[in-house]
Design a protein around this ligand. Sequence first.
Ligand code: ACO
Length: 156
Amino acid sequence: MNLEPDRKIRRLLSSEQIPYNLLLLADETTEAIDGYIHESEVYVIDNEERFIAVCVLQPVDSSVVEIKNIAVDRKYQGKGIGHSLLSDAILRAREMGYSEIIIGTGDIATRQISLYESVGFKKYGIKKDFFIEKFPDPIFEDGVQLHDMVMLKIVL
Ligand code: ACO
């Protein structure tokens, strides 16, 4: 297995299978993913003929785009791939003419939040009780139940 993969980020073709296994690292259920994946642009990184990372961009309106899902195969985490995907998403959003890019995560997800801040995202709001209202079962991250979603943005 090549643990230093080619970092080439490309758009998933409509003929290719949606990488649910990766998307489920960042989202709770396939139903939640199906709620946005078909109206989004999906970007992937391949290594040895399988996907090792994914980033999903969903237009919110004509001026705002949201990173709905970003995930890196566990074996490849911590190698800068998430950082590359975020930088690429910001560039694409700017090129596509959006004026803002946003991303949301659990308010206790401190490592993700630091990663997003390291590429320029700034906190601008909280979706109170998001994880309680959206999902029937409690969701835990590192043993702590998620309640609120923190929203971050970059003005492009
Ligand atoms: N594992 C390793 N590093 C993490 C993780 C994690 N699970 N989560 C956040 N990080 C932080 C680290 O603190 C590290 O910071 P440092 O460089 O200062 O030490 C940094 O991210 C690592 O940066 P990268 O190597 O560029 O990130 P990576 O390739 O691991 O991708 C990602 C980060 C996407 C969060 C990845 O770890 C992952 O897939 N996690 C599981 C899915 C997930 O939580 N996705 C985000 C949910 S929110 C959303 O999708 C909108």
